[in-house]
Design a protein around this ligand. Structure first.
Ligand SMILES: [Zn+2]
Ligand SMILES: [Zn+2]
Length: 398
């Protein structure tokens, strides 16, 4: 269901759409979202909503008090505001004006939804307690959520629970996905160095060939998921860069450098993956007389929904949109999301809203996230504002 249910929501959705298109034309990446930050501040000022700038450089926290605050409760909604380094090919009239930058993950939409929610809640005030809106920079790899938490977000703005959504072009508009437990994966970076002994390619007996050793390591790493990790758990280990040699065909290089990513839903699985990768890199290198080192960098935590909160959110969505379009059993995504950091600090729920238009195969809303032809679907703005407002009324009833 996507029809706005009252005149106030209809006019707010129109304003949010205008903001979305302006944000889309002016994208910026991690911690440089000055345009978005200025636009958010301008709108909040215009609507008389209190806010504080300067969180993680460009982040903003807006605060709305209900018509009663005697419950002493507070909740938080988070929207990410950053874009990506992609050359846009959407062909939309609001396409990016900044060369090489693009809102290809729909965070322009998430920002506009949060703005619309701010206005809707400040006009209705139909709750008992306080709502904080976290406009967060640098979701795409910069860890803006971690930075805001480190800067004391939850000390200054204590909340009982936190909520966020992501648009999903892989599912049709109208479908909502809310499950308890893991919904997005952790994302870790690995960097492997193999140091052997270079020399003439025709005299390998005089060398310790790191290319052969690294190749053996790449294959052996694939046995971790298949043979070491419990088949009931999920993990991905991918080597994505393999760098060696100078381009000459008659030189065995002295070293190889590889990069990759590790994804899982459970910190215990991460521990096993890190331990086994290190053993394989060091052990295989040692067996061949080379030196292998691993730098394992833990980035985003898995995004894990609280059981009680996810039941509550699914309930709110079902009452708004109908039970048949709200799914609570589905496989989690191996993608990563820094909202996982907020969910490690506070109970809450991350929901997924379908935005695809399968009846229109040429629709830009069907292109995958991070695709140069992707565009956020404005038709889901009303639904998400209603969903956030529904959660507010359910958690902070008058
Ligand atoms: Zn993204
Ligand atoms: Zn995203």
């Amino acid at each position: 269901m996507t029809t706005p249910r009252n005149n106030l929501l209809t006019s707010i959705v129109e304003e949010a759409k205008t903001c979305r298109h302006e944000l889309h034309q002016n994208p910026a990446t991690s911690f440089e979202e000055f345009y978005a930050s200025d636009l958010i501040a301008r709108k909040l000022t215009e609507w008389g909503i209190e806010f504080e700038r300067g969180w993680a450089e460009t982040g903003i926290v807006a605060t709305i008090h209900g018509q009663n605050t005697s419950s002493k409760k507070a909740i938080g909604f988070r929207g990410d505001i950053d874009a990506l380094n992609i050359v846009e090919e959407s062909g939309q009239e609001w396409a990016s004006k900044i060369s090489g930058k693009m809102h290809a993950c729909g965070h322009d939409g998430h920002t506009s939804i949060l703005l619309g929610t701010a206005k809707y809640l400040s006009e209705t005030k139909n709750f008992n307690g306080t709502v904080h809106l976290f406009f967060q920079p640098a979701e795409e790899g910069g860890g803006g959520a971690y930075r805001m938490i480190e800067e004391g977000l939850f000390d200054k703005y204590p909340v009982d629970s936190v909520y966020a959504i992501h648009n999903w072009p892989y599912a049709p508009r109208g479908m909502v996905y809310i499950k308890s437990g893991p919904i997005m994966a952790s994302s870790d970076e690995i960097e492997i160095h193999i140091t052997g002994k270079g020399g003439h390619a025709a005299m390998p007996n005089e060398c310790i060939d790191p290319v052969v050793i690294a190749s053996e390591i790449v294959l052996a790493l694939q046995t971790i998921v298949g043979r070491t990790i419990n088949p009931a758990d999920s993990a991905v280990i991918s080597i994505t860069n393999f760098n060696a040699g100078t381009g000459a065909n008659n030189i065995i290089p002295s070293s190889v450098k590889m990069h990759g990513t590790v994804r899982s839903f459970d910190n215990k699985v991460r521990d096993i993956a890190e331990k086994r990768i290190r053993e394989i890199v060091e052990g295989i290198s040692h067996a061949h007389g080379a030196k292998g080192t691993l730098n394992y960098q833990r980035n985003y935590e898995p995004t894990i929904n609280d059981k009680i909160q996810s039941i509550l959110c699914a309930d709110v969505a079902k009452s708004l949109f109908g039970g048949d379009v709200v799914l609570t059993e589905f496989p989690p995504s191996m993608g990563a999301e820094d909202f996982g950091a907020m969910l490690q600090a506070k109970p809450g729920c991350y929901a997924i809203f379908g935005q695809g238009e399968p009846q229109d195969p040429d629709s830009p809303h069907n292109f995958g996230l991070h695709h140069p032809k992707y565009d956020f679907n404005d038709e889901i703005i009303a639904d998400v504002i209603e969903y956030f407002s529904g959660i507010t009324q359910r958690v902070l009833p008058l």
